[in-house]
Design a protein around this ligand. Sequence first.
Ligand code: ATP
Ligand code: MG
Length: 652
Amino acid sequence: MADQNIESTLVERRLFPPPAEFSQQAHIKTQAEYQTLYRESIDSPETFWPRMANELHWHKKWDKLLDWSNPPFAKWFVGGQLNIAYNCLDRHLLTHRKNKAAIIFEGEPGDSRVITYAQLHREVCKFANVLQQSGVKLGDRVAIYLPMIPEAAIAMLACARIGAVHTVIFGGFSSEALADRINDSKVSLVITADGGFRRGKVVELKKNVDVALLKTTSVKNVIVVKRTGQPIEMTAGRDLWYHDLMTAPGLSAHHQAPPLDSEQMLFILYTSGTTGKPKGVVHTTGGYLLGAYLTSKYVFDLKDSDVYWCTADIGWVTGHSYLVYGPLANGATVVMYEGAPNQPKEDRFWEIIEKYGVTVFYTAPTAIRAFIKWGDQHPKAHDLSSLRLLGTVGEPINPEAWMWYHTLIGGTRCPIVDTWWQTETGAIMCTPLPGVTPTKPGSCTVPFFGVDPAVVDQKGHEVPPGSGGLFIIRKPWPSMMRTVYGDPERFVSTYWVQVKPYYFTGDGARKDQDGYFWVMGRVDDVVNVAGHRLGTMEVESALVAHPKVAEAAVVGRPDELKGQALCAFVTVCSGIRADDKLKEELKCWVAKEIGSIAKPDDIRFTELLPKTRSGKIMRRLLRDIAAGKETLGDTTTLEDYSILAKLRESDE
Ligand code: ATP
Ligand code: MG
């Protein structure tokens, strides 16, 4: 693990205050308002959280706000009872939202569906009845392995409604990854589809399930949604068609949402595995819903008139909190898109924004870098004037990518919320509030309500402003993960022993003079070059700032002289020649941008970088390649295995 002195050399002075027109209409309009609420959330949680929680529907109010008597195992809203599906659906039916669009679905082949709150409620009630008739009980684990289609949200909400624990497994995962996860959480029911559309091809989900089930014993039934219509095998007695079950005579569309305990397990979600074997992160009902609800409201400034689009797959936590639970708890209209951003053409996202008049758009830096690489002509060909707010999540955003997003997509009028959080945190932790916080490209700025972050050395002492250190959270928060499924010791050892008694995020960060946080990536990615500890993220941002570079990943490799040397894997923009001359040019460029200490020792050009399926660069694998080692460890989350072989070849 890194020590306290991570050096930070990249300077960013640009500042973007929120436009006055935005602030005037925002839920939170002024710094003073934010400061007052923030102070209250930290100094007086016993008044702050109950007031916020009262915006949700509780079947029974809690007896105690927080039980922290056995840290790090937290219990929030102890004794309270609520139902998440009721909060996301039923309560809106009593309002003007009854016939409002809940989900606007756009399929990759161009089919679309609009589902109102009343319709979504009906489908969820029916499916909740189906699940119960299939023998699914409170606490049983249900795997959801579906494409990005409305049935995915219906399945999640139906599980939540009856208190079954869902574990959503990204549709891009292999049968092996699927089997591992099913076995780890002893899933009894799998919900899948005959296939899904991705980049014009069919992903054979059901086939993967069939293979996975050869290696598992816990699964009793498989429910199959018909999406592509391609022929599949159905195992008699085990496999059932979703549409048969949902149209069965006598199936009721009524389902009374039962009161569930605040600490009832809601879902298990396996983290993407950029740092090793996937962990089953456990979230529970009350605190999680409050976190997702409140951040959706204030960070995305959701209003009834918004058309909100989060591009994350439901297989990731972003899809859980900001495609399903958070926006639906707010009664928002959510756009859901099944396919790839470049299908059929590189302008698909901009076409969708124009088609539905999207107002709030939330995506990832990896997508933004791809858009930059594809060229400005694509967004420029569409009317994006409906947009009023942009968001990003998943990785630190390179300042140049931020500027492109701000200018080309936001037309310089939309605030950008750079939201830092993790699967483990359940909800956004550090973010600008769009009507309040002046933004700086590359910084996730300030903590959200109730979040007490700090940058510290290994003894837990805060480091001075501007210095790098370990990014920790000092107070428990409602949507925090409760444990690692089946492995409470791993929960303790992964997050709670490094900087006792605080939660260690695994990330390195610095806090600047203005109190803004800058996440520098994982501490495992910090490199020690001749005694200088460098966050590789900053070297990457310097490289990406060069006009010929589309994407870069920087890792350390062992070096006899310097301890570690910097190795940069670089993707160039379309039409650029990747040759030795460019290598020299880039080395000099980094030396000029940051200083000669950060000058990469090796530059390797590559067409693609190894990424997790959620689009994060897997530096762990690149470190092995740079060191000339065989890659060890878990690669089930890698998007394209052939990349590893290609990267090894690129080393001459
Ligand atoms: P694993 O924990 O298995 O390695 P993962 O960390 O990639 O997987 P997530 O929980 O989805 O899985 O990602 C959280 C991490 O993503 C954070 O710890 C941080 O490193 C990075 N991250 C997310 N959002 C931001 C952001 N806005 N700025 C900087 N980093 C971010
Ligand atoms: Mg992580």
